[in-house]
Design a protein around this ligand. Structure first.
Ligand code: SAH
Length: 392
């Protein structure tokens, strides 16, 4: 028995939690003085107003998502054993999916550990903690990780924008071993990743299947990989026989790594450091076209209030990207904003393609790969949308 403090829901609240969702919003909680006095991230027992158990979770009185549930029983001990159980289950799933130890190992609620992402690069694990509750549990998690995997290096990439919503500072440090470059094996390609750059953990495993799909179309084709980062799409396309590949990104460091990765794979890419919108306008004015155009931008809808301007930006990107696609070409448009639903994103893409004067058939609608499991009661955690069109 852990004897956690108790949080009670207001009368008639907790409908989503009753149906199986792992979140409770602050307006659903009886925010009395005792609740407000709890340290952000405290592990608590959660009860419905009538005293029936909701479960064990962690609580942050300062966050809109006040409780994230960790277990459906009360008084569950959130210790090393709890993390070991979740890590082992997650590891078993990845072992069934991938022959090599390169994947997202923990995808937050999808793997029963809200506020935590773990990406694995062989014997290096990169963690990203986004909630006060998981921050308070980090040492326990690290002990469990040592028991289950004993990685040589564990890097805390705790610099995600979401941390501010939980009142957390940003920092990046090695909790074990050292931080630096790692190799990433994906789709038969050995890429390089630098764990210190980029907005994520150093690599976008979520695009693995989409990287492979676009490469499957690339033989003999010219490819424009816009928002290339370190060449996730471009390099595998080059390896699959693309005739030339241009990677465009605003980060010189990401492009330098893409060039180095390409060379290590015996292929060449051309790296262009530019703003993608400006580069697309320039290419269009120069009447340059590509058989395959990929546009995988950073999130344009960072919060709900950005929906309209963000949606407009996706439409403009679709128009400009379709405008430089060759006749009979293919176009991938992606969004990693969980704040825009796939229907709206698809509508903006369709409108942009039409504005470019093109007609298109949607040939693939995909999300993140299966190492990014979605909690069935949190459809909004299916953040990645990748639409592939065959153009006229
Ligand atoms: N396609 C990549 C991931 C892209 S992440 C993959 O599959 O691995 C988004 C990238 O967009 C980042 O590398 C970031 O540097 C870049 N970026 C952000 N704003 C940009 C802009 N205005 N112009 C060009 N690149 C930009």
């Amino acid at each position: 028995m852990a004897g956690h403090k108790t949080i009670r829901l207001k009368p008639r609240e907790g409908r989503r939690a009753r149906a199986g969702a792992p979140w409770i919003f602050s307006n659903e909680v009886q925010m009395d003085a005792a609740a407000k006095a709890l340290a952000p991230g405290a592990v608590v027992n959660v009860l419905f107003d009538d005293g029936h158990p909701v479960g064990t979770g962690y609580f942050n009185p300062k966050s809109l998502i006040a409780v994230r549930l960790l277990d459906r029983a009360l008084d569950t001990v959130i210790g090393t054993g709890f993390f070991v159980r979740h890590l082992e289950r997650a590891l078993k799933l990845r072992g069934a999916l991938y022959p090599r130890p390169f994947y997202r190992l923990i995808h937050a609620e999808g793997d029963g550990l809200p506020g935590l992402a773990l990406d694995r690069f062989g014997d290096t694990v990169v963690a990203q903690v986004t909630t006060a509750g998981m921050e308070a549990l980090t040492e326990t998690l690290l002990r469990a990780l040592d028991k289950v995997l004993a990685p040589a290096n564990v890097i805390l990439r705790n610099d995600a924008p979401a941390r501010a919503l939980e009142g957390l500072d940003n920092y990046v440090r090695a909790a074990k071993g050292e931080m630096g470059r790692v190799a990433v094996e994906e789709n038969g390609v050995r890429y390089l990743a630098d764990l210190g750059i980029g907005q994520k953990t150093g690599w976008y495993y979520d695009q693995r299947d989409n990287h492979a799909f676009m490469a499957s179309l690339a033989k003999g084709k010219s490819v424009l990989d816009a928002y290339s980062y370190t060449g996730g799409f471009g390099i595998v396309a080059a390896k699959a026989g693309a005739k030339d590949v241009i990677c465009v990104d605003s980060s010189a460091a990401a492009l330098a790594l893409a060039e180095e990765s390409a060379a290590a794979n015996g292929v060449a890419i051309k790296a262009v450091k530019a703003d993608v919108f400006e580069e697309l306008e320039r290419l269009s004015a120069a009447k340059e076209t590509f058989d395959i155009v990929i546009a995988d931008p950073p999130p344009f809808v960072r919060s709900r209030k950005d929906l309209e301007p963000g949606a407009k930006a996706y439409r403009k990107l679709a128009r400009l990207a379709a405008g430089v696609a060759a006749k009979g070409g293919y176009l991938l448009l992606a969004s990693c904003s969980h704040n825009i639903p796939v229907e709206r994103f698809a509508a903006e893409c369709a409108a942009g393609i039409a504005r470019a004067g093109r007609s298109a058939a949607l040939i693939r609608q995909a999300g993140a790969g299966p190492d990014h499991p979605v909690h069935p009661m949190l459809p909004e955690t299916a953040y990645l949308k990748a639409l592939v069109y065959a153009l006229d």
